[in-house]
Design a protein around this ligand. Structure first.
Ligand code: HEC
Length: 352
């Protein structure tokens, strides 16, 4: 009985929603559809296929396909944004894919250019604002410009206040490898802690961060609004695991192996931990936490087990890579529909 009442309620609700949406102005509707039609383009399918597979050796093909789309239509938001994201992927993981160091400055400049354009096209998407800030700070680091660093940092703060659950991480990870005593690093680590409060529960005991029950909820079928940055999804199938891997690495660098081990261990509470491609890496981190206090501070080290994840060449992959088991899980998943129904680009504004 109860069930049928619910069904009727949903039906009536759906009717109300469709009446309301019919009343929406025509221009708003077409701007929305214009963005989401592009999600189904073959170039976008190619981007996600390569990115989810961690195929960094194909990043230049990804970029050239997107550039061609952009040349045909410079108002294509998806292509413009992904021209920024693909550059960041290249910059984070390209060294293991054979990218020559002398190419780096050009890609940083391009990342900055395309994130700025994409954000100006769609100022509702505060993820783009955060990545734009990161690009400015990266360029500031290369050109030794204090002024650009301040500008990028200020933009980062603006992005954080607009969407803290997403941008405290996005801005903070830029400083994951900074000297631990500088205020930028201290602030970045503080952001990793307060994200846990923004995301999961108001009171996190830093000596015993036992928040597993909040992390372990499988909310993949829900429309979470801004809180979607706190859970796993088709876009970032191991967001939770990658988050705690980076946070643990940052804490190890401060010398506090005991707390780092507790943070690493939170990754195991993710509902998708078993299919994560970096499980072994994390479990080694827990075993080697004391040893890594010195190893992570030594810039001559190489290899994923000896370098913080942010500089390892697998930074993006730690959250975005799909293992074979993940690919199986998402085999028939309507991800094009997911982008549209959740309004991933916040075209109609970011939902609370
Ligand atoms: C800690 C996990 C984590 C790491 C590391 C990470 N991301 Fe993400 N990424 C996310 C989350 C969460 C989202 C937001 C998903 C959403 O909007 O629902 C996201 C969104 C994205 C999107 C989606 C944009 C769109 O079209 O909607 C792209 C592309 C992306 N990230 C690229 C990258 C790149 C490139 C890197 C490496 C430089 C990276 N990410 C590192 C978690 C991560």
């Amino acid at each position: 009985m109860k069930k049928s009442v619910l069904v009727i309620a949903c039906f009536v609700f759906a009717g109300v929603v469709s009446i309301l949406s019919c009343r929406k102005s025509k221009t708003e509707k077409s701007a929305f559809d214009k963005v989401y039609e592009r999600v189904n383009d073959p170039q976008n399918h190619y981007f996600w296929e390569q990115f989810h597979n961690g195929n960094i050796e194909n990043v230049k093909t990804v970029i050239s396909k997107l550039e061609q789309q952009y040349q045909e239509d410079s108002s294509n938001l998806v292509a413009t944004a992904h021209l920024g994201f693909a550059r960041f992927w290249l910059l984070s993981e390209g060294l293991r894919g054979g990218i020559a160091p002398e190419e780096i400055p050009g890609h940083v400049a391009d990342a900055r250019k395309y994130f700025a354009k994409a954000y100006q096209m769609n100022p509702n998407d505060k993820r783009l604002l955060g990545f734009w800030a990161d690009a400015e700070m990266a360029q500031a680091g290369m050109t030794q410009s204090q002024e650009l660093l301040q500008q990028g940092y200020a933009r980062g703060l603006e992005a954080i206040s607009a969407w803290p659950e997403f941008n405290k991480f996005t801005i903070g990870i830029s400083f994951a490898g900074a000297p631990v005593q500088v205020p930028f690093f201290q602030q970045a680590l503080e952001w990793q802690w307060t994200t846990l409060e923004d995301c999961y529960t108001a009171s996190v005991d830093r000596s015993n961060p036992a928040i597993q029950e909040f992390i372990s909820k499988d909310l993949s079928g829900h429309n979470l609004g801004r809180k979607r940055a706190c859970y796993n999804s088709w876009i970032a199938p191991h967001n939770i695991e990658g988050y705690f891997l980076n946070m643990g690495d940052m804490i190890v660098r401060t010398g506090d192996a005991a707390t780092a081990k507790k943070i690493y261990a939170l990754a195991k509470a993710s509902p998708n931990y078993d299919s994560w491609a970096f499980r072994e890496v994390l479990e080694k981190r827990i075993r080697n936490a004391e040893r890594n206090i010195t190893v992570f501070l030594d810039n001559a080290q190489q290899g994923i087990d000896n370098v913080i994840i942010a500089s390892s060449g697998y930074n993006c992959s730690s959250c975005h890579k799909m293992s074979t088991a993940d690919q199986d899980r998402f085999k028939n998943y309507d991800w094009v529909g997911y982008f549209k129904t959740r309004d991933i680009y916040s075209v109609s504004g970011l939902k609370p």
